[in-house]
Design a protein around this ligand. Structure first.
Ligand code: TYD
Ligand code: MG
Length: 489
């Protein structure tokens, strides 16, 4: 039956690609000629998604849009062969990139860029709506003191709204120019007239290229806008920061589409109810992607946070069962944060697992390891695990701290407040090594921690003044931290 269906499909729709496109056939110039094997050019292309087809269709099979198929443009004359022959040069004879980086005036922003803004670069700043992208860039625009104008073009807000926001942020600098525009041609004209040191465009979802009839935010429009801005950045040497909203409802495609076109992709992240915001580089042609910038959103805008660990631990109540401190790596920076656990009899029916800042599946896995490898009876209980301060713990190095927090909550025995815990847990209950433990332990020591529970073989990396307890298994960690018999309650 399946074969029959397959044959049917080939019998109808399968015919279309076999039909040659309009115009000359194989063997003639348009097909490549010269004995080269060339792919036949599609005669129609969808303006919405770029889907190619040999025949015209009212509805694009690629994106489902109506009336978007148009005659494909002709390829460049000469098949792209340049007049000059292609040459490769010895790499050591090539002059390195010249030009000073521009300091943005916001240290954490410069740090993530690798030491400032490179002239002529195109930077994409992505993030959820409302995370603080416009706030960050307006603060950058207000603080950048380079003696030349900074241009902030918004397609989302009026200039009066920008003025109000800038007043609130203390960013009402004399060199800051604003415009409420959305056409790339108009942005180009503004750059031509004012020759800014930096152009900020907020956002790519509201920008449009004058020759593209599709609505702003559609994939083709976004591609056209990016191409125009790339040209603006490279030809005039104006660095351009482009804002891109990332949303679950499909606009993700927008900024993601741009990633390969731009020089730098920055992501601004934060939990809705936490003031902390983390800026990280997903791609950086001019620097590392390991650096992060930490900010706190406050009434007067974003404040740079030089010592995030201290703030994350500031509200910690020591001596409470279920609370454990671990050292995670955010980019290159070690960050101390508190994991909290609570176990309670199920309110009704089956036990529930609820986690914030950590995957629920990982919580379930850790409970299973505790139950089977440390003989802690906990699978029948409701389990809650939370990372304080809105931090997301993704790396496995936090496993042991989470497991200890759960065990501490279950046994009602607190983990000593001067103890930091690092280690990955295997399904056999074994404790595994974590990368860059030395740096993590040094940070713990700096913040006043006196003891550390770590994987075996870590003694060499420990800073002085820190009492190291190396544990091979989760059961051993439980007895070391919570006392004798904790592993068999
Ligand atoms: P915004 O920069 O407009 O976000 P985005 O451009 O990423 O969409 O930030 C909006 C949020 O920031 C808004 O919910 C209010 C908050 N906010 C402050 O808490 N303090 C401030 O000084 C400003 C300007 C905004
Ligand atoms: Mg905004």
């Amino acid at each position: 039956m399946e074969e029959g269906a397959g044959a049917g499909r080939h019998g109808t729709l399968g015919l279309a690609p076999l039909m040659p496109p309009r115009g000359p056939g194989p063997g003639t110039e348009a097909w490549g000629g010269g004995g080269r094997v060339a792919r036949p050019r599609s005669a129609f292309v969808c303006a919405g998604c770029g889907h190619e087809s040999a025949r015209w269709m009212g509805r694009c099979p690629g994106c489902g849009e109506w009336n978007t198929m148009a005659v494909a443009p002709d390829p460049p004359a000469g098949g792209g062969a340049a007049a000059e022959p292609a040459v490769a040069r010895l790499l050591r004879d090539v002059a390195p990139l010249e030009g000073e980086r521009l300091a943005s005036g916001v240290g954490e922003f410069d740090r993530v860029l690798g030491g400032g803004i490179v002239p002529g670069s195109l930077i994409l700043l992505g993030g959820d709506p409302g995370v603080g992208k416009s706030t960050l860039l307006l603060q950058v625009a207000g603080r950048m003191g380079c003696g030349r104008p900074i241009l902030y073009v918004s397609g989302e807000e009026s200039v009066a709204q920008m003025r109000t926001r800038a007043e609130r942020l203390g960013a009402l600098a004399p060199h800051l120019l604003v415009a409420a525009e959305s056409g790339t041609d108009r942005v180009e004209a503004l750059c031509e007239r004012h020759r800014p040191a930096l152009a900020i465009l907020d956002s790519v979802q509201t920008m449009r290229h004058p020759d593209c009839p599709l609505p702003p935010g559609s994939p083709v429009q976004i591609r056209e806008v990016a191409a125009a801005l790339l040209q603006l950045a490279k030809e005039r040497g104006v660095p351009v920061v482009l804002v891109g909203h990332v949303t679950k409802a499909g606009l993700l495609a927008g900024p993601r589409l741009l990633e390969h076109a731009v020089d730098v992709v920055l992501l601004f992240e934060g939990e809705r109810f936490s003031p902390f915001r983390i800026l990280r580089a997903l791609k950086n042609r001019f620097g590392s992607t390991q650096e992060i910038g930490v900010f706190a959103m406050e009434g007067a805008g974003l404040r740079e946070v030089a010592d995030p660990s201290q703030i994350l631990l500031a509200e910690r109540a020591t001596g409470v069962p279920g609370s454990v401190v671990t050292v995670t790596l955010e980019g290159r920076r070690p960050l101390l944060c508190e994991v909290q656990a609570l176990l309670a009899p199920p309110s009704f029916g089956t036990a529930r697992r609820t986690a914030a800042g950590i995957e629920t599946a990982r919580l379930a896995l850790l409970l299973a390891v505790l139950e089977r490898r440390a003989r802690l009876r906990c699978s029948h209980l409701d389990a809650y695990l939370k990372v304080a301060g809105g931090v997301r713990l993704e790396e496995p190095a936090a496993d042991l701290a989470c497991a200890l927090a759960l065990a501490s909550a279950l046994t009602d025995r607190p983990v000593p407040g001067d103890t930091a815990v690092c280690g990955e847990l295997g399904l056999g209950g074994e404790v595994r090594g974590v990368p860059r433990l030395g740096e993590r332990l040094a940070e713990a020591r700096r913040l006043g921690f006196r003891r550390a529970v770590v994987p075996p073989g870590a003694l060499a990396e420990a800073p002085s003044g820190l009492e190291i307890r190396a544990v091979r298994s989760v059961a051993e960690a439980l007895s070391a931290v919570l006392g004798a018999g904790a592993a068999e309650l």
